[in-house]
Design a protein around this ligand. Structure first.
Ligand code: CA
Length: 221
C-alpha cells in the first residue's frame, strides 16, 4: 500500500516514514505544498497523511483543491492544532479523520485502518478473497489451513491483490503499489515475492494470467 506523507517536520517525517515502512507500506514523503500538489494530482496513493502547517501552504487549501480536482483517496489530517474549529473545518473540507500531535504510532495505524475500511465499505479490517484472509493488524495471512505472518513486502503484495479479488494487476501496477519513488526495483522482484508466497501457501494462492499479470481468486476454486 502506497502512502503519501505531507509533513515538513524532519523528525516526524523521518520517524513516520520508517515506522510505516516496517508495517509494509511504501511511503512517499513530501515536505512542502508545491511537491504535495504534484503528488496529490498523481493519484497513486491509497491514503494521505496531511500536516496542516507547511512552509509554503496551508494543508486545508491543499485538501480543498485536491478534492475539487477529484482526489478520492482517504485523507487523515495529522496536526498540532487541536482547536475545535480546525477539527470541524478539516472534516467538512473532506478530511476523513483528524489526529492531534503528539500521537502514538499505534493510534495512527489503527485510524489508518479504520479510514481505509470505511473508504472501502468494509465493516472489519480483515480482507477476504476466496479462501484467503489477510489481517492488516498482524499481517497474518491464512489460506485453507495454513496461517503465517508475512514479511513486509509479501504483505504489501497480497494486500494489493486481495483488495481487488478477481482483478488482474500487471507487474507495473504491483510495483507501483508496493514500492515508493526512487526505490530500486529488481526486474524480477515481483516474481521472487510471488514464488516465496506460493512456497508457503501453495500455488493457487495467487493466479498467474499469462502475459497480463496476477490476481487473487475471488471464489473458492
Ligand atoms: Ca508543520
Amino acid at each position: 500500500m502506497r502512502v503519501l506523507l505531507i509533513e515538513d517536520d524532519p523528525m516526524i517525517g523521518q520517524g513516520l516514514s520508517k515506522a510505516l515502512a516496517v508495517e509494509g507500506m511504501s511511503v512517499d514523503w513530501v515536505r512542502n505544498g508545491a511537491d504535495a500538489s504534484g503528488a496529490l494530482a498523481d493519484g497513486a496513493h491509497s491514503i494521505i497523511l496531511l500536516d496542516l502547517g507547511l512552509p509554503d501552504a496551508e494543508g486545508f487549501d491543499l485538501l480543498k483543491a485536491a478534492r475539487r480536482n477529484g482526489l478520492n483517496a482517504p485523507v487523515l489530517v495529522i496536526t498540532a492544532r487541536d482547536g475545535l474549529d480546525d477539527r470541524v473545518s478539516g472534516l467538512d473540507i473532506g478530511a476523513d479523520d483528524y489526529l492531534v500531535k503528539p500521537f502514538e504510532l499505534r493510534e495512527l495505524l489503527a485510524r489508518m485502518r479504520a479510514v481505509l475500511r470505511r473508504h472501502q465499505g468494509r465493516a472489519t479490517s480483515r480482507i477476504i478473497s476466496g479462501e484467503s484472509e489477510l489481517d492488516p493488524e498482524t499481517h497474518e495471512l491464512s489460506h485453507r489451513n495454513i496461517v503465517q505472518v508475512l514479511p513486509a513486502r509479501e504483505y504489501a503484495l497480497m494486500h494489493a491483490l486481495m483488495e481487488r479479488p478477481g482483478r488482474i494487476l500487471s507487474r507495473a501496477q504491483i510495483e507501483e503499489r508496493i514500492y515508493g519513488w526512487g526505490e530500486e526495483v529488481e526486474s524480477n522482484a515481483v516474481d521472487v515475492l510471488i514464488h516465496s508466497i506460493r512456497q508457503k501457501f501453495g500455488k493457487d494462492i495467487v493466479f498467474n494470467v499469462r502475459g497480463a499479470g496476477w490476481m487473487s481468486p475471488k471464489s473458492r476454486s
